[in-house]
Ligand binder design. Structure first.
Ligand code: PLP
Length: 384
């Protein structure tokens, strides 16, 4: 076969590793004495776990956390040797893999602690972080059960209790009353533990909004802020220095004029009120671009935002460029269209239009979207 010319797919997620490293430096300053644990679950929120971890290692980030054991194994097989915490609680049959790959396990129940003790006896040393449920009611031990479980684990041969932690329910929100209740529950517990292992509570929201969750704690577990993805408007305001890492861009495949009364896309949910230029973009829900943006989202072309016309399809999305004699009349086939990121709406804007959060947007991008890494060399400037 003759060799094909290099192909640039119209839709791509550009991942700016300079911005990532810049954010790591800025957040480390915020964390003061606490060590940053970079949360790289869900393929680093869709940014690509291995390239993200490698860039952060260059930046001096020492610890990482993933959600599931398979994510931890993939990083180990990619050559990552740094401490790795698996935040989901394991099922007992998964524990030998934790020992084999040197992954720190979360203990969230008494049965989980017993399984760890028995797996360590039979299959080699295990490191654990004991998870306390202080109010999220997702994973974790009731505070009253923590001292007993710690005793069990500390007396178990081959088990190292490295951490004690909890997770906030409302650290991303403006009202922090409940977060302070969780903090008080955790602190009451910590006073009963001697000597305390590495303590950690804060996610991005905790780091940015709850100084008491950071000062004097060993670790902070930061995901969203590292990627420049604010989970809410309040966090966007609290971290103005953080830069978006991902930019989702595509290209215009076709431009046409539809007349008054004509409709666009499936179900005919959009009707032209007069002669209107329509641009067809190479992006759709098959790429993870939310279908809920139908008739609600906006996309930037040539520095202007245009509304989505009609339903987002699996592979294609149409824009209402306005009347042919307006600024949208200048849009041409091949023009770049910024779906989110630099030069377009923010991921948070798009998330709000789609009635979701910015994390879900980047996590939801499918394997069809190539991740293109830029800024892989050192640099990026000092944080402000
Ligand atoms: C995802 C996650 C984090 C990181 O949260 P961000 O808001 O992205 O910083 C921290 N801790 C736990 C338990 C998580 O599941």
């Amino acid at each position: 076969m003759p060799s094909a010319p290099p192909l640039t797919p119209p839709l791509r997620a550009e991942v700016d590793l300079r911005a990532l490293r810049y954010n790591a430096r800025a957040l480390r300053r915020r964390a003061e004495g606490a060590t940053l644990v970079a949360v790289v679950k869900a393929d680093a929120y869709g940014h690509g776990a291995l390239p993200v971890v490698r860039a952060l290692l260059e930046e001096g980030v020492e610890r990482f956390a993933v959600a599931g054991v398979a994510e931890g194994i993939a990083l180990r097989e990619g050559g990552v040797e740094a401490p790795l915490l698996v935040m989901m609680a394991p099922l007992p049959e998964m524990l030998p893999a934790y020992a084999r790959y040197n992954l720190a396990a979360t203990v969230a129940t008494r049965e989980g602690a017993e399984a760890v003790a028995s797996a360590a006896r039979r299959g080699g040393p295990l490191t654990v972080h004991v998870k306390v449920d202080t109010g999220l009611h997702r994973l974790g031990l009731a505070p009253a059960d923590v001292p007993g479980v710690l005793r069990l684990l500390q007396g178990a041969p081959g088990v190292a209790v490295e951490g004690l932690w909890t997770h906030f329910a409302t650290a991303d929100e403006p009202d922090l009353d409940f977060a302070y209740e969780q903090l008080a529950l955790f602190d009451a517990l910590v006073h009963a533990v001697d000597p305390p292992p590495l303590l950690h509570l804060a996610n991005s929201g905790g780091l940015l909004q709850i100084p008491e969750a950071v000062e004097g704690r060993a670790l902070v577990r930061v995901g969203g802020a590292l990627y420049g993805l604010p989970a809410s408007r309040i966090l966007e305001m609290e971290a103005p220095e953080v830069r978006p890492v991902m930019r989702l861009v595509t290209r215009v495949l076709q431009v046409k004029t539809v007349e008054r009364g004509e409709t666009v896309s499936y179900g005919r949910t959009w009707t032209a009120s007069g002669p209107t230029r329509i641009a067809t973009l190479a992006v759709g829900y098959g790429d993870g671009y939310p279908r809920s943006l139908s008739n609600r989202g906006h996309v930037a072309v040539r520095g202007r935002l245009y509304p989505i016309a009609g339903r987002v399809c699996m592979d294609l999305t149409m824009l209402d460029l306005g009347p042919p004699d307006g600024p949208g009349g200048a849009v041409r086939v091949g023009d770049e269209a910024v779906l989110f990121g630099s030069g377009g709406p923010s991921a948070l804007d798009v998330a709000e239009w789609a009635d979701t959060i910015s994390y879900a947007l980047t996590c939801g991008l499918t394997a069809r979207v190539p991740r293109v890494y830029v800024g892989a060399e050192n640099g990026g400037g000092a944080p402000a």
